[in-house]
Every structure is written in structure tokens, then in C-alpha cells.
Design a binder for this molecule. Structure first.
Ligand SMILES: Cc1cc2nc3c(=O)[nH]c(=O)nc-3n(C[C@H](O)[C@H](O)[C@H](O)COP(=O)(O)O)c2cc1C
Length: 208
């Protein structure tokens, strides 16, 4: 009787033993690779930010000096990251990870870099699903269109001219594709308005 019972018991012990070794190995790999993955994510984010925010303009760690806000005018019901650039602890610029929710094929994710005086340092497209050959001209690899935003503000041009030419504004649409540029122009304008209204809180609230 005892011999019959002891076989399943020792099999269960072996199973338990190897499960523990498995869990131990997974935990070890997590602890070894975890910091490396976070560092890679940090570096990747910094690379995208530096593309529109020249590194010599600030002396803080843009990626750590981040806060999240939730405001539908930034194109999403989800929290949106705002990266703050400072020099000698003084506000220099904010990079807002807003979206254009109304692209032709869904949301277009952006980075909008706004100098403290309200002037645009630059806009870049983080991701989109627009149609190749039509809406994808918002990418810098396809055209210079997105560079049109550099140096613009809500005063220059006047706020009512923040629209594509088809809608009476100053921004070019693409031939046969007005929906994509219209969505991006509106999103950048809304992000600028958000910045104008919340500038003080953006730079004074603590990082999260
Ligand atoms: C298959 C297909 C894909 C399209 N993709 C886009 C797109 O990515 N972006 C865009 O603005 N318009 C796209 N369009 C065109 C729009 O339906 C719409 O006609 C156009 O944006 C309106 O611009 P227009 O007034 O300058 O013609 C696409 C049309 C078709 C048939």
C-alpha cells in the first residue's frame, strides 16, 4: 500500500521542485533584463524627443520630467504624457504626446513641441495608419509637410487661419487627401490651445 502511494508523492515532489526552479529562473531573467529594457525605452523616447527638441536648449532629463494629463482636447480619453524641458530650472518648452483622433484610418499619434513663449519648435508623427501614397505624406520620410509647423504660434498665423487651405486656412492639403492633413492641423492647434490655457500648471505640477 505504502509503495503504491509513494510513487505519486515523489512525482509530485519532483514536479514542485522543477516548478520552483522554473519560477526562480524567470524571476532571475526579469531582474537581469528589467533595468536594461527600461533604459532602452528611456533612450528610445529621448531619441524621438530630440528630433524635435534640440538638446542644447535644455539641461534636464526630459523623459523623467514628465507628467500625465487627461483632457479630451488632446485627442484621447486616456492620459497623455507631457515632457518638460528646462534650463537652469526655468521652463523652456513642453513636448505634448497628443493625437489626432480623426485621421482617415484612425488616430494619428503626435509629439508637439511648444516653446514657453507659445511658438512651435516642431511636430512629429509617432504612429499612424493612413494610406500609403495618400495620407502618409505627414511622415518626414515622404514629404516636408510636417515641417510647415515649425516656428508657428496661435498669433502667427492668426488662430482662425489654423486650418488647411480648403477650409480657409494657410496649411497645404495633399492632392486627393484632405482628411489626414485637416486632422493633424486641428490636433496641433488644439494642443497649442491646451498649452496656452494650462502653461503654468504644466511647468509647476510635480512629475509623476
Ligand atoms: C482607399 C482610399 C484610401 C484613402 N486614404 C486617405 C488617406 O489616408 N487620407 C486622406 O486624407 N484621404 C484618403 N482618401 C481620400 C478620402 O476619401 C477623401 O476623398 C479625401 O481625403 C478628400 O480630399 P479631397 O477633398 O482633396 O479630395 C482615401 C480614399 C480611398 C478610396
Amino acid at each position: 500500500m505504502n509503495t503504491i502511494l509513494s510513487q505519486p508523492v515523489s512525482a509530485a515532489r519532483m514536479l514542485g521542485f522543477f516548478s520552483l526552479i522554473g519560477i526562480g529562473l524567470v524571476t532571475l531573467v526579469f531582474y537581469i533584463t528589467g533595468p536594461k529594457i527600461s533604459q532602452n525605452q528611456h533612450d528610445e523616447r529621448l531619441r524621438s524627443l530630440k528630433a524635435i527638441m534640440p538638446a542644447d536648449l535644455y539641461d534636464n532629463d526630459l523623459v523623467s520630467d514628465t507628467l500625465h494629463v487627461t483632457d479630451i482636447s488632446l485627442g484621447s480619453a486616456q492620459p497623455v504624457a507631457i515632457y518638460r524641458a528646462r534650463k537652469n530650472a526655468q521652463p523652456v518648452a513642453a513636448v505634448i504626446a497628443s493625437s489626432a483622433p480623426d485621421g482617415y484610418n484612425g488616430a494619428i499619434k503626435l509629439l508637439v513641441a511648444i516653446m514657453a513663449d507659445g511658438q512651435l519648435a516642431g511636430v512629429s508623427v509617432v504612429s499612424h495608419k493612413e494610406t500609403p501614397g495618400l495620407g502618409d505624406r505627414i511622415e518626414t520620410q515622404r514629404s516636408n509637410w510636417i515641417l510647415m509647423f515649425n516656428g508657428k504660434s496661435l498669433e502667427q498665423p492668426d488662430e482662425k487661419l489654423w486650418a488647411v487651405k480648403r477650409d480657409g486656412g494657410i496649411f497645404d492639403q495633399f492632392t486627393g487627401a484632405t482628411i489626414t492633413p485637416r486632422a493633424v492641423v486641428n490636433a496641433v492647434k488644439n494642443t497649442m490651445l491646451y498649452f496656452q490655457q494650462h502653461k503654468q500648471a504644466i511647468f509647476s505640477n510635480s512629475a509623476d
